[in-house]
Design a protein around this ligand. Structure first.
Ligand code: GAL
Length: 702
């Protein structure tokens, strides 16, 4: 367990190494934990929700439907420890044995997200406070524990220890999920415990109050502090907020690390340990890379039908779901340790979305296939039975409310499991595809960057995630494999011939030099608007606008402009015109740099918006504007990739995907149109049709 108070030096090292480096600490135990080819399938089951005399029937049914694992216990603290220090594991022992009797592996969880009533009553200080200083109450919610509170931590450690002592060497247990969708209810904790931990963090980070004042730009509006005791939990100051969000990320990671270390300490190394990260867009202070050192790999959760961004009027978007966000979440999760699983996949209709439509028949099947296509080592669905009571009463499961009939979505799910089980033998571990190797693309990602931009957007339509999606989606339209990287990771052009740096606003000079070296060593760098506006502390440079990146991008930036959405501007690229309004950077290329795109109007008509230059062995492209419909970026990427890679096998519409996994290609269609998938003439189709209908799945081998 690392805390600022207990071991300042180690804590600081943890903070800096963890915050910057995604790669160096990765585990490489995929083959040990998942020796078989392909994907495992399982379900969430809550024995505590059902009469004991139904467990045997239900668990048997899980196996009969084709699943091979079952998930237990994540919210069952009150059942496991009904009174302080009094434990009841008999029910869980029985459920584990029933799983084993049916050849189901068990995923065990630590129940920290749900505090029992006895704990909240005896020690209300274990509950978080909101920014108005109102303390949470024990009202049937979850993720309300104050992670920084010593009593909370003690209790979490105790229940985790009890579980670990009992199950961490148990051969019936396959792996562990720590906590659930790690985050803090409401975003952050404003309790005195969090306040103290935040101030401790600042003391470690800055050492002296003068350094903190300097970093926070405290001379602005008399924010200067005389000592650390005067520091409040942040409000308006952007630098203080960035520090607070960073501290919160680290506190969330520390909680996971502590619990994982307990499980690991009691185990014999044969069980894996993960957590299930929720969709990243909504939780900017959650950084899955921070737990790379202690979790074996990251997994994720996904409910596709609740919110489809960039749906552009697709009439089936609400039924087919957010395939692009699903894919990005998979790639980001996989980038943590090189492999992943999906811990919660929507099985049917859900209860908490905007309108909770029924998925289109076939959609759930497509989602399962999509996970398989992207390489998930397991797919667990949330949940086996629809609950008859509680907050999620209207959340469908694999089974209907009678507990014995398979639901509409459940039928789709089970169908996909059977189909995949039949096909996965054809996977060829180690097989590669030349296009995938030549075009693999890194995306530089930092949640601190996102936090900093979102703190101050500068244009009301700016959305940092949408900017990242612009590039991600366009790369996927070409069928390119994407991996996410942190700035301390090795950026090797041999492994990632292309690197996109999307709106990386805070850059150190060291990072700028590293990007330059990447391009000189043969990498093709695509760096986008807003990047390098600030230094790594979040201050503007004492220099001309973005001047520290001028040499890298090969041009002089004069200023940036923004327009109202009803008065967009135009940029030309390759003879076509594209509209933009959120961000346009007005540039003049240096000698040796080519302007790839010019402003067609405004008072700076004729100036450059896009630059391209050759580096020693690679190239640098600077995209200084963000087009309104993302087509400028698509055409530009095609142009660049075509010139480097040669023929591009795919030109897919948004929301249609083609993924390569160990010798098999899989295409999925999240649009309302029939899409003709361009497979090679000599390809062998294993499932589906080339003319792919909405919710269709096509699998082929070259
Ligand atoms: C997830 C959560 C699950 C369950 C599910 C319902 O976000 O992790 O515990 O609540 O939503 O869709």
């Amino acid at each position: 367990m690392i805390t600022p108070a207990m071991n300042p030096a180690k804590y600081l090292t943890f903070i800096f190494v963890a915050a910057l480096s995604f790669q160096s600490l990765a585990h490489a135990d995929e083959a040990k934990f998942f020796p078989e080819k392909g994907t495992h399938f399982g379900v969430y089951y809550y024995p505590e929700h059902w009469p004991e005399d139904q467990w045997e029937r239900d668990i048997k049914r899980v196996a009969e439907l084709g699943f091979d694992f079952i998930h237990y216990a994540e919210f069952s603290w009150a059942r496991l420890e009904p009174e302080e220090g009094k434990y009841d594991f008999a029910w869980l022992d029985k459920a584990v044995q029933l799983a084993a009797d049916n050849n189901l592996k068990v995923i065990m969880s630590t129940p920290s997200p749900c505090i029992p009533a006895w704990l909240a009553t005896k020690h209300p200080e274990v509950l978080i406070m909101n920014s108005d200083g109102r303390r949470n109450k024990h009202t049937g919610s979850r993720l309300t524990g104050s992670l920084a509170n010593p009593i909370y931590r003690e209790n979490v450690a105790r229940i985790a220890t009890k579980l670990a002592e009992r199950y961490s060497k148990d051969k019936r247990v396959w792996g562990w999920q720590i906590s659930n969708e790690p985050h803090i209810q409401g975003g952050a904790d404003y309790s005195p415990s969090a306040h103290k931990a935040f101030v401790d963090y600042l003391k470690e980070k800055y050492g002296t109050i003068d350094k903190l004042n300097e970093a926070w730009g405290a001379s602005f509006w008399s924010f200067t502090h005389n000592n650390f005791e005067q520091i409040n939990l942040p409000g308006g100051n952007p630098h203080a907020r960035l520090d607070f969000e960073t501290y919160t990320s680290l506190e969330i990671a520390r909680d996971l690390d502590d619990q994982a270390n307990i499980v690991r300490k009691h185990g014999d190394g044969s069980q894996w340990i993960t957590t299930n990260y929720a969709y990243y867009k909504g939780l900017k202070n959650v950084n899955p890379f921070l737990t790379r050192d202690t979790l074996d790999f990251a997994s994720r959760t996904m409910y596709l039908s609740h919110n489809r961004m960039n749906s552009s009027g697709d009439t089936l978007a609400h039924r087919l779901g957010s395939g692009m966000e699903y894919a990005l979440s998979a790639d980001l999760t996989k980038s943590v340790s090189g492999y992943m699983g999906i811990m919660e996949l929507q099985p049917s209709q859900i209860n908490w979305g905007k309108f909770n439509s029924m998925p289109l028949p076939g959609a759930v099947r497509m989602w399962v296939w999509h996970a398989f296509a992207m390489g998930d080592r397991f797919v667990c669905t949330y949940r086996f039975r629809q609950p008859l009571f509680g907050v999620e009463q209207f959340h469908h499961g694999i089974m209907q409310t009678d507990g014995v009939s398979v639901s509409h979505g459940g039928k789709d799910f089970v169908k996909a499991v059977k189909e995949i089980n039949q096909i996965e033998d054809q996977l060829q571990p180690g097989a590669t595809d030349p296009f995938i190797e030549k075009s693999r693309t890194g995306i530089l990602w930092s949640n601190r960057n996102i936090i900093d931009i979102e703190n101050y957007k500068h244009h009301q339509d700016w959305d940092t995630w949408q900017h990242i999606y612009t590039y991600y989606q366009n790369l996927k339209r070409m069928g390119v494999d994407v991996e996410f990287f942190g700035e301390s990771d090795e950026l090797d052009p041999e492994h990632i011939p292309f690197l996109v740096v999307p709106s990386y606003q805070m850059m150190s000079k060291e990072l700028i030099g590293k990007l330059d070296s990447y391009a000189n060593a043969g990498g093709h760098l695509i760096i986008t608007t807003r990047s390098g506006l600030k230094d790594e502390k979040g201050h503007l440079w004492e220099a001309k606008i973005q001047e520290p990146i001028w040499k890298l991008i090969g041009g002089e930036i004069h200023y940036y402009d923004h327009l109202p959405s009803n008065l967009p501007g135009k940029i030309s690229f390759n003879g076509k015109s594209y509209s933009w309004h959120i961000w346009g950077t007005v540039i003049d290329p240096f000698e040796g740099t080519t302007s790839w795109g010019d402003f067609e109007d405004q008072f700076y008509q004729g100036k450059s918006a896009i630059l391209h230059r050759k580096a020693t062995q690679g190239s640098v492209t600077y995209v200084g504007a963000w087009s309104d419909d993302w087509t400028l970026e698509y055409d530009l990427l095609r142009h660049l990739y075509g010139s480097v890679v040669g023929d591009l096998p795919f030109d897919l519409p948004p929301y249609v995907f083609a993924h390569y996994r160990q010798g098999l290609w899989t295409a999925v269609n999240y649009t309302d149109q029939i899409i003709d998938i361009p497979i090679p003439p000599d390809a062998t189709i294993l499932t589906g049709e080339k003319k792919l209908p909405p919710a269709g799945v096509l699998v082929w081998r070259k």
